[in-house]
Design a protein around this ligand. Structure first.
Ligand code: HEC
Length: 122
């Protein structure tokens, strides 16, 4: 898929918004903000977040099935609730959104495919 890497390359400046950027703006930016900076102590930042650019399977799992409990990001503790998106978004949308957050705002991690999202079980 040539378009996946092109999307990742253009995601950073927002030009030629990929599907992932659109999925993110629609479903994620209300909490994590369009800048990926989040809201301190309430919604963790995704920009410069080691978890987001770390193990892809873990990121997919969080987005698909949600997250509760304490996480510490950049020295700030979050103890909130991340909704599960697997019931609302298609595997392709989750793949696009995860690819976007791993490549936007200076983040530099690889794209994930729809097949990878499908394979991550609860
Ligand atoms: C209603 C607010 C809300 C929305 C909308 C939301 N999130 Fe979250 N997200 C959270 C909260 C709160 C946490 C931290 C959960 C915790 O404290 O356990 C979180 C955590 C995360 C994490 C893990 C961060 C870490 O360091 O462990 C990722 C990745 C993530 N969200 C991605 C997304 C994506 C992608 C979307 C859109 C599909 C999205 N979020 C939509 C509230 C939200």
């Amino acid at each position: 898929m040539a378009s996946a890497s092109a999307g990742a390359m253009t995601a950073a400046n927002g030009a030629m918004a990929s599907d992932g950027a659109k999925v993110y703006q629609t479903n994620c930016s209300s909490c994590h903000q369009a800048t990926g900076e989040g809201v301190p102590s309430t919604f963790p930042p995704l920009a410069g977040n080691p978890t987001v650019v770390g193990d892809a399977t873990k990121v997919i799992h969080i987005v698909k099935y949600g997250l509760t409990g304490k996480v510490v990001v950049k020295g700030v503790t979050y103890d909130g609730q991340m909704p599960a998106w697997g019931t609302q978004l298609s595997d392709a949308d989750v793949a696009a959104a995860v690819t976007y957050i791993r490549s936007a705002w200076g983040n530099k991690a690889g794209a994930v495919t729809t097949a990878e999202v499908k394979a991550v079980a609860q």
